[in-house]
Design a binder for this molecule. Structure first.
Ligand code: ATP
Length: 595
């Protein structure tokens, strides 16, 4: 990203604060002149006192001069303090407001992206979070520093240089010559450090992702006693980060030394030149101080030029990643315009192929299916066969590479995505629980629902009595509930949403037998008059289905009713028999017979 592109990208965010920026610029203008007052006063003081001394005047004769100088210096300082406060306050305000706006817009944007965006490696949560945080921080800080640091200093330098030229062309020219040399050194410094900065950015993203991974996997790490492996993985990332940071610092200090040396050479040149003019009678003694102080004002921003470069490079590098996230237009979820008056729930799939963006090989191949409305369809198959992927496509989380998916005769592509999902309920094996109370979590299914409706939904999911037994009832933190209870929250959410189409992806896999039975009863209630697609490894749920599709390696290999498929002795027969054996059905049957 070039600097121009960077400013073009920031401009829309700065536009609402034009008034604030104009105020800051006004203050900068005043400050650039007040910054030169000291040099002017010093010259005047030295020259006036020199002439008083030459004329053998007493202290009393110098009093009016001293009073005037004191008044000017104190007055200027009061203005400087006020302006400096104003600049810092408005700069900080600008930074805070810009950070807020940028962070909000990136979140709003990411919420519109399709799931495929999140499935690629570089957009894993830790990496994405670092990219967003660092991007917002460095961009907002660049804008802030530009207005409270960089711009005032450069304005003051320009005025100081103009005054030097005006006082003496040759001294002005000498001061001016140092600027391009400084600029070249700063540029070289920035170029040397750019590669390392990019590496730091990548390492920081990896580090955040690593920390997030450790925190999320704590029980597994501990149970496998793998603390040392995780420590050393993190340590090698930290080491790489430290090395790169040290390399950057070393380069930075080296160039700082060079610049400081050149500045001193410039100061010596000014002293020699002004002394020459003083000795040849074309300048007063006060002009030496005058020019030296002005030269100091000229070099002050240049001395900090590398900081500007640092910040700009940081901003450029982090902005690249940040604006990539913000402008990933191709990732915005597609939506058609069709809003169905009523959804019946008939899915038709013809020749559907699908490959995950992160994968090389297809996950679904040539899928043909007819899912009848108001019926229960089960998807059966070994792990990794593609059952959940199929549901992801029916929910329009991903688009097929080829083939077509129709709902009630209309292509899913033509559906308004929000209208489509409003008609679909999804219960997964592990359902997400948001931070907050049980009531808030159930309300996620229908935010406008009354407390009565929430309780009714919880009753349907066999959860109400358990919640009421908790000291805080529906206000209990949902994250503290057991896995089974959290699963029931997901079912209650679904009851509250009350959609005509329901996808159940192994909804009882993480439950105990009693909870599974209760949830089965809850699901039986859900299934009534709805189109249900269920993925399950539970015999009891599969044999209830009106129609069963058997999948293997991303293909549909069998289709029929339970009896038809079982009698055909194919893949379904084998899976079903294995399920029955795993349940030890013979022994269970004998036990029940004896009872
Ligand atoms: P299970 O019964 O174990 O849940 P499944 O039949 O539901 O399995 P899927 O979850 O659909 O299988 O996975 C099918 C294949 O797609 C697997 O090889 C899996 O690794 C891959 N896959 C699933 N989700 C993603 C993803 N987000 N990105 C890349 N590959 C994925």
């Amino acid at each position: 990203m070039t600097l121009l592109e960077l400013f073009r990208n920031i401009r829309p965010y700065a536009r609402p604060y034009r008034g604030l920026i104009a105020l800051t610029l006004g203050m900068t203008c005043v400050a650039s002149f007040t910054a030169q007052v000291n040099a002017w006063v010093l010259r005047h003081t030295v020259d006036s006192i020199s002439s008083l001394v030459a004329a053998h005047k007493s202290l009393i004769d110098g009093l009016p001069l001293l009073t005037a100088i004191s008044a000017i210096l104190v007055g200027t300082e009061i203005i400087n303090v006020l302006i400096s406060f104003g600049q810092k306050y408005s700069g900080e305000k600008l930074r805070i407001l810009l950070s807020r706006d940028m962070a909000q817009s990136v979140i709003e944007r990411v919420l519109t992206y399709r799931l495929a965006f999140h499935s690629v490696d570089e957009n894993q949560p830790g990496r994405l979070q670092t990219r967003i945080d660092r991007g917002v921080e460095s961009l907002a800080r660049l804008v802030q520093n530009f207005f409270i640091d960089i711009l005032p200093m450069f304005a003051s330098a320009a005025v100081a240089l103009a005054m030097m030229f005006q006082a003496n062309f040759y001294v002005g020219l000498t001061a001016f010559c140092i600027v391009p040399v400084y600029y070249c050194v700063s540029r070289t410094q920035a170029a040397r450090m750019a590669g390392s900065r990019r590496m730091i950015k990548r390492l920081r993203e990896n580090k955040s992702q690593g920390i997030l991974g450790i925190l999320e996997s704590m029980p597994v790490i501990k149970s496998f006693l793998r603390e040392d492996i995780e420590e050393s993985k993190q340590l090698s990332l930290q080491d790489a980060l430290t090395d790169t940071q040290m390399r950057i610092r070393k380069t930075s200090f080296l160039f700082d030394g060079m610049k400081s040396f050149m500045e001193q050479i410039g100061a010596v040149a000014i002293i020699l030149l002004t002394t020459y003019f003083v000795l040849t009678g074309s300048m007063s003694v006060g002009a030496i101080m005058f020019h030296l102080l002005l030269f100091n004002n000229v070099t002050a921003p240049i001395r900090r030029l590398h900081l500007l470069y640092d910040q700009m490079n940081d901003a450029l590098i982090y902005a690249e990643g940040f604006f990539e996230v913000l402008h990933a237009d191709a990732q915005v979820e597609e939506s058609g315009t069709y809003i169905p008056p009523r959804v019946e729930g008939r899915f038709t799939l013809r020749g559907v192929d699908f490959t995950y963006p992160a994968n090389a090989t297809p996950t679904l191949r040539g899928i043909d299916m007819d899912i009848e409305p108001g019926r229960i369809t089960a998807l059966v198959g070994l792990s990794g066969a593609g059952k959940s992927t199929l549901i992801n496509l029916l929910d329009k989380f991903y688009q097929p590479d080829s083939g077509e998916i129709l709902l009630d005769g209309v292509s899913l592509r033509d559906y308004d995505t929000r209208a489509l999902r409003a008609n679909i309920g999804l219960v997964l094996q592990k359902n997400h629980i948001f931070p907050g109370s049980v009531a808030e979590n159930i309300l996620y299914g229908k935010p406008s629902a009354t407390r009565e409706e929430v309780m009714e939904a919880a009753r349907c999911a066999f959860l109400h009595d358990q919640i009421m037994a908790l000291p805080l009832g529906y206000e209990s933190p949902a994250a503290k509930l057991s896995g089974g209870q959290q699963q029931k929250i997901a079912l209650a959410r679904m009851f509250l949403k009350n959609p005509p189409i329901v996808f159940l992806d192994e909804p009882t896999a993480s439950l105990d037998a009693v909870a599974a039975e209760q949830i089965k009863l809850g699901m039986d209630a859900i299934k009534k008059d709805r189109t249900v697609i269920i993925i399950s490894h539970s015999i009891s749920q599969i044999i209830d289905a009106d129609s069963i599709y058997v999948m293997r390696d991303g293909r549909i290999v069998e289709h029929g009713t339970h009896r038809e498929l079982f009698n055909s002795g194919g893949e379904y027969h084998d899976i079903f028999a294995a399920m029955a054996r795993s349940l030890n059905m013979d022994k269970i049957a004998r036990t029940l017979d004896r009872a």
